[in-house]
Design a protein around this ligand. Structure first.
Ligand code: NDP
Ligand code: 2IT
Length: 447
């Protein structure tokens, strides 16, 4: 079916992917926001870019069988979605979480196309993972799972083909095991994964990059209204990689971080989480792999079982850093009602469409994930460059480049998203990312 009318694309994608709500949500957001631009630039419709860009190049699925500590064989399903490589090798994280399915990985891979384009680095879009639950697994079980996962994936990736990294449930420990197994199977010592430990090709600042980048983006958003982070009260959800380093940088710049959470509940610390308390959280989460509830017991603050941060307190700034659809319309109403004037997303698609409508209607500053959390993949891109050159840059050098990239992404949002005296970051990021990828697709012909 030839779809060169912009209003036909959503029904077509729905008809082709009826059981993929997260993917449809991501497509609807992008297509909705670039519609006026496409009407003014019909060449993209003529080249049928929308049909092509919403269909992944391929979706790879494989069985992952591994031995648990009892000696029983467990089976999971592994995936890699190679979405689009118009501007560079497929690039995007791996998620290990029981909820992982094709819809979630396609939404993440689709978002990644535009996010990666915004960084200005040559990276296409991809995503992968498995419906594996790392919670409660021993280190040996994690290693055997990673090895079995890589057995299924190794033949489809490579430093110039597809370069996975971390996401939920995948950090430098898992990347290390995956890298070892890739090398065992394929041979080359090459930059096939990013987020590697520093001792074998990892980049300085990669662990920090998503959280730091998010705060650098927030600083730019605040500058628009001649404001700064100093003294602002901040709600952060999650307590993993992104949340931890967003908190670290926010505290460093004078913000007061009041909350952290995990999938079991939220802690609210009215005195603010300072650097010392955050170091305790990092030890809890990264070494002991415990629950955030323990913070409330240790520091004697409130713990809200089963709750997310949004309706617990009053915050100037809200930074969702856990997972998709973790902030709904009601949460958005409550936040705005309680004075929140800036929301920026460390997670991918954490705000529901209803929440985004509230932010836009109330004209608060709203920085969507594909712009605000692009710092992680940006430093992954810098890790790829360093691996290719066989050298490594200093912390200061990588941090400086990360900052420049986040400022540049903010500038792109302003350029394409300014509507009267309001910056619509959703439209800005989607249009800026789309133009780069679509122009590359057109230049490469109908493939
Ligand atoms: P981590 O695994 O390090 O941490 C995830 C955090 O989110 C944990 O606190 C976890 O709680 C919580 N969480 C996960 N799933 C759910 C859920 N279904 N409901 C409630 N809480 C949940 O992952 P990251 O910090 O790396 O990733 C967080 C978000 O940031 C994701 O959306 C990811 O896609 C996005 N992102 C990550 C980047 C990276 O470089 N790592 C880059 C850009 C975006 P619990 O431990 O209880 O599961
Ligand atoms: O969502 C993301 O951008 C990531 N999980 C990071 C991807 C990467 O390749 O570093």
């Amino acid at each position: 079916m030839i779809t060169n009318r912009v209003e036909d694309i959503i029904p077509m994608v729905m008809a082709h992917n009826p059981d993929q709500p997260e993917f449809l949500q991501a497509v609807t957001e992008v297509v909705g926001s670039i519609q006026p631009f496409l009407r003014q630039n019909p060449s993209y419709l003529k080249a049928n870019i929308l049909d092509r860009i919403t269909e992944p190049d391929r979706v790879i699925s494989f069985r992952v069988s591994w031995f648990d500590d009892e000696g029983d064989i467990q089976v999971n399903r592994g995936y890699r979605v190679q979405f689009n490589n118009a501007i560079g090798p497929y690039k995007g994280g791996l998620r290990f979480h029981p909820s992982v399915n094709v819809s979630i990985l396609k939404f993440l891979g689709f978002e990644q196309i535009f996010k990666n384009a915004l960084t200005g680095l040559p990276m296409g879009g991809g995503k992968g993972g498995a419906n594996f639950d790392p919670k409660g697994k021993s280190d040996n079980e994690i290693m055997r799972f990673c090895q079995a996962f890589m057995n299924g994936l190794a033949n489809f990736i490579g430093a110039d083909v597809d370069v996975p990294a971390g996401d939920i449930g995948v950090g430098s420990r898992e990347i290390g095991y995956l890298y070892g197994q890739y090398k065992k199977i394929r041979g080359p010592f090459e930059g096939v994964l990013t987020g590697k430990p520093l001792i074998f090709g990892g980049s300085q600042i990669r662990a920090e990059a998503t959280g730091y980048g998010l705060i650098y983006f927030v600083v730019e958003m605040l500058k628009v209204r001649d404001d700064s982070l100093a003294g602002k009260s901040i709600a952060i959800s999650g307590s993993g990689n992104v949340a931890q380093y967003a908190a670290e940088k926010a505290i460093e710049l004078g913000g007061k971080v009041l909350t952290l959470s995990d999938s079991s509940g939220t802690i609210y610390d009215p005195a603010g989480i300072d650097a010392e308390k955050l170091a305790w959280v990092m030890e809890l989460k990264n070494e002991r792999r415990g629950r955030i509830r323990e913070y409330a017991e240790h520091f004697d603050v409130e713990y809200y079982e089963g709750a997310r941060p949004w309706q617990i307190g009053r915050y100037d700034i809200a930074l969702p850093c856990a997972t998709q659809n973790e902030l709904d319309g009601e949460d958005a109403e409550a936040l705005v009602e309680n004075g929140t004037f800036l929301v920026a997303e460390g997670a991918n698609m954490p705000s529901t469409p209803e929440a985004i409508k509230v932010f836009h209607k109330k004209k608060i500053l709203y920085g969507l994930g594909k712009a605000a959390n692009a710092g992680g993949v940006a430093v992954s891109g810098l890790e790829m460059s360093q691996n290719s050159m066989r050298l490594s840059w200093s912390r200061e050098e990588v941090d400086r480049r990360l900052k420049n990239i986040m400022v540049d992404i903010h500038n792109q949002c302003v350029e394409y998203g300014t509507q009267g005296n309001y910056i619509n970051y959703v439209d800005g990021a989607n249009i800026a990312g789309f133009i780069k990828v679509a122009d590359a697709m057109i230049a490469q012909g109908a493939v």
